[in-house]
Structure formats: C-alpha cells, structure tokens
Design a protein around this ligand. Structure first.
Ligand code: NOJ
Length: 533
C-alpha cells in the first residue's frame, strides 16, 4: 500500500477517538454511577477495540444539573467519579496502552455552585464579583421582565432573577450562568485550567459550545438586530483561541471545538493554523442517509478544511444526538434537535444495517473519526421511563422534547450479570433497557457478525492501511445511491445506499464488508465494502 503512517505528533490528523460518557461507561464501585475505576478496568477492552484516544465528557466536581456540563471546580474530580489522583493514574495507564486522553472544558458557563458565582450572588449589584458574569437589571416598570429577548439553547428564557432583583444570563439551564469573556480574569482562569490539565498529561481538550463565549456587551435584542450576532460566532473568539493555541503548543496538545455553524467559511476560521486543530463535523452528523446529500456533505467538508489545512472530523453520534441505529431506521434519517419527538418509529434492523455501512464509510474518509461509547455495540436509543428522565432539555421544554437520556443509558458489558455487567449493585442512575444483555460486549466479542467485531476489524485494518491515513480521496462514481471513492492508489470504499444490489467496482480482494455480499461480486443495498485494488 502506498502512503505512509502519520508522524507521531500528527496522530490527531487521522485518529480514532472514543467518547467516554463517564457516568454510563462502567461502574467500578457499584454505586449506580459509572466512574474512573470503571474506565480503568475497561482499558484492555478499549485497547483491543483499537482506539487512539479517549475524550472524557466533564469529570469535574459538579451538581450534575446538566450531566457535568455545569462545572463547580475544574481542579477537582467529582467524588461520584473518583479523585484527581485516580484521573492522573487513568491518564498514565491509558497512555501505557497507547491511548491518549482528551478532557472537556466548558468555557461558556460554570455551575451556579462554582465559587465565583456564589461570591457574585453574595456580593450584590455593581460588585466586581458580578462583573465575571452577565448580571443586568430587568425591563418593565419593576424590572420584572428579562433584560432582552434571547432564548435559551434548552428552550425558555435564558435569564433568571435573583433575590436582589438583578437577572443573570444563562444560555443553557439556570444552573449554568454564562461567564463574561470580556473580563481578563475569566480568560486568565481558563488559560490556567488548560495548563493544569496539560501538565497532567492530557493530549487534548474538547471545547464545549466553542462559538458562544463572546457576547456583545450591550446584550441587544435579537429582533431587528443588524450586524454581528450578539452571542454566536463573534470575532473576539479568535483572539481567545489564539491565546489557547499558544498554550497547547507548549505541551504538544490539541483542540477539538464544538462549533455548530452553518456557514462553512466562518466555521473554517476556527481552524486556521494558529487556532483550533479540529472541530466536530455537524454537517456530516446531521446528514440523512442519502447518497447525494452525503456526497455533498463530504465534498463540502473537505473543501472547507482544505484552505486552512486542518483535517476533517467524522462523527455519527454523541451524548447529545439520537443514536445512529435508531436514527437511520426512521423515515427521517437526519438529525435536528427541533424535530426530536416521543414515539417516532424506527426499523432497528434497517438502522443497524445502515449504521454498519456508515461505520465503514466514515472510517474510510480522510481525517479523524469520533466514536461514541456504545456505537461499537450498535446500541439503539433507549426509551427512558418519564419518571427517570434527568436531562434539563426535557424539563425546560415542559416535557415536549424527549431530551438526551436515551443515548446516555449505561453500557451492557456482560450478558449474564446483573444490570448487564454495568457494575452497579443496585439500580443504576438511568435504567438499562430489558434487551441490553442481548447487546452486551462479551456476547458480541464471541460473534464474528456483531457490530463490535465489525468495528474491531475495521480499526485493525485502519491501523495497518497507510492509505487510510494519508491517501487523498478521489471519487470514482457518480449516481445518487452509490458512493465509491479511492483512498490513494490501492484502496476503494464503496457504499450502496439504494435498494438494489450493484456490481462491485474492479478489485483484487475484499478487505471488509459491512454485511453479506450478494453472490461473489454484488453489493446489496445499505452495505459498504473496503476493496483492495
Ligand atoms: C454541549 C454539550 O455537548 C451538551 O451536552 C451540553 O448540554 C451543552 N453544550 C452545554 O454545556
């Protein structure tokens, strides 16, 4: 195979990064919540799966009003998960297994239990403590109306009034007050936090809500507003990230930004060589299972990354998004938060076939790939009983939106054990669906046709096939239902999104297929194959 493996410090350009939602990964101490000892005990599984890095959703001290995205202290691990010493051990042990660690920083907001916010509440209007946040008087005769017309990302009014009459801004839940990024102390503190974690050996940082931090100091109404958006994608952000990049460069660390932006030119600005290394590809993630749409999403992605020389990322789901198997089995196979509803039917067999094909598609594209825990087990979205729902998205929508708990259910490890081997000795924080044992990792490990076996084999091949790291992508097919492309000179990936089987392109060998082929040389619908040519 021509091409070469990437240089060691370019690992992130084509890495496979596995997202660990700690709460639901593995419960080491049996208390119902996943934890760091659970992750440590499963490092051999992750090494065998063949991932290059782990991204941990926030593991810091938190009242968990938003699953840890409400951070009370970045330098303390939440006691439900473990201790700082244990996090350090985990980072070191993972590295010994060849796996790097990425932590999650949430700069837009903190928890309302964070020392800064408690001090701001105690200090009162006009105080320097309040200047770290966005406190404002209300509108209306008695200040009884919110200061502007913005809407929370979780629905409802993004302002909460405190006892002395002032309001504070929270683009997410009320327990997540937004920081004032125009304040130098906010910037300084985050630069210190980055150093704190890089000094502990982490290889990268995921940046939560990366395009929301900077606010127009006037906090103007959105209705009738002209000019730059008052809180989305403001130009000031680039200066902040240039500062962060200088720190990452001291440690050889990398960033992945959560940047939801429809405008590809604006998106690419975050990936300029002195800013973030990578950002999540939401165009691909939200794209329906449709040949033309996927081809367009891939082309647009590659075109927007090329001028800034940043690698693309390929993501099919995460802890916010409906699980892939369920989404691809529905009539509408795209994803939008606004269209999430209860009771949307899904053909899980069809969804699984497509998810298998999508796995081979995304693992064959140039760039890095994110894999969300349980995706390698083909887990569907779980139905969480309403009395067990935890997600603030559900509560803030007054129960209209199902929220995100369905993709956050604890993982099944062992078919024959209580709670499918998640590790809890009593009911876990979210219930496991009754059929989870059928999908348990130990069962799948024995079955060559399982999703786990497919991922293991694809990742094993990906490590050995240099073309998948450095080979350029060249399209070989046109046609609405067929995606065929070469990586370098010796490898071809073909995906049939139609109903009817198609002839395989010329090849010298079949490396891996997402499902059984039709005879010797026909690729059935919703199936993908990697070919040697
Ligand atoms: C994006 C995270 O992925 C999500 O889980 C969280 O609720 C919001 N940012 C707020 O931090």
């Amino acid at each position: 195979m021509e091409g070469s493996q990437p240089a060691a410090d370019d690992w992130w350009r084509s890495a496979v990064i596995y997202q660990v939602y700690v709460r639901s990964f593995a419960d080491g101490d049996g208390d119902g919540t996943g934890d760091l000892s659970g992750v440590r005990s499963r490092l051999p599984y992750l090494a065998e799966l063949g991932v290059d890095a782990l991204w941990f959703t926030p593991w810091y001290l938190s009242p968990m009003a938003d699953g840890g995205y409400d951070v009370a202290d970045y330098r303390t691990i939440d006691p439900a998960f473990g201790t700082l010493a244990e996090a350090e051990k985990l980072i070191a042990e993972a590295r010994e297994s060849g796996i790097r660690t990425i932590v999650d920083i949430v700069p837009n907001h903190v928890s309302d239990q964070h020392a800064w916010f408690r001090a701001a509440l105690a200090a009162g209007p006009g105080s320097p403590e309040r200047a770290l946040f966005h406190f404002r008087p209300g509108r209306g005769e008695h200040g009884e109306l919110p200061p502007n017309d913005w809407e929370s990302e979780f629905g409802g009014v993004p302002w909460t009034r405190v006892a002395d009459g002032e309001w504070y801004l929270h683009l997410f839940a009320a327990e997540q007050p937004d920081l004032n990024w125009a304040h130098p102390a906010v910037r300084q503190e985050h630069e210190d936090i980055l150093r704190f974690w890089f000094e502990r050996g982490v290889a990268g940082v995921r940046i939560d809500s990366a395009a929301l931090l900077a606010k127009d100091p006037e906090l103007p109404d959105l209705a009738g507003h002209r000019g730059s958006h008052p809180y989305l994608d403001r130009d000031e952000l680039h200066d902040i990230y240039r500062g962060w990049r200088a720190i990452a460069d001291e440690f050889g660390g990398i960033f992945v930004g959560e940047v939801w932006l429809p405008d590809s030119e604006r998106f690419a600005r975050y990936l300029r060589p002195d800013e973030l290394h990578t950002a999540f590809n939401f165009t691909f993630l939200t794209c329906p299972w449709d040949g033309e749409r996927l081809r367009r999403a891939i082309d647009e992605t590659l075109a927007e990354h090329a001028p800034v020389k940043a690698p693309a990322t390929w993501v099919l789901c995460n802890h916010d998004i409906t699980r892939t198997v369920t989404r691809y089995g529905r009539a509408d196979t795209g994803f939008a938060f606004t269209s999430k509803a209860f009771g949307v039917p899904s053909d899980l067999e069809l969804g699984t076939r497509r998810a298998r094909a999508a796995a081979l598609l995304s693992l064959a594209l140039p760039g890095s790939v994110y894999l969300y825990q349980g995706e390698e087990l083909g887990l569907p979205e779980a139905d969480v009983p309403l009395d067990r729902v935890q997600d603030p998205m559900y509560f803030r929508s007054q129960g209209r939106a199902p929220g995100r708990d369905g993709c956050r259910t604890p993982l099944p490890w062992a078919a024959g054990e209580p709670y499918a081997g998640f590790g809890s000795t009593g009911d876990p924080w979210l219930p496991l669906p009754p059929d989870w044992p059928l999908r348990a990792a130990d069962r799948q490990a024995e079955d060559p046709a399982s999703m786990l076996s497919l991922y293991r084999e694809a990742l094993r091949l990906r490590r050995t096939l240099a073309a998948l790291h450095t080979g350029p992508l060249r399209w070989l097919s046109e046609g609405p239902d067929l995606l065929v492309f070469a990586r370098g000179e010796n490898l071809v990936c073909a995906v049939n999104l139609g109903d009817a089987p198609v002839h395989l392109p010329a090849h010298t060998g079949i490396l891996l297929a997402s499902g059984p082929l039709d005879g010797e040389d026909r690729l059935p619908g919703d199936t993908a194959v990697w070919l040697a040519v």
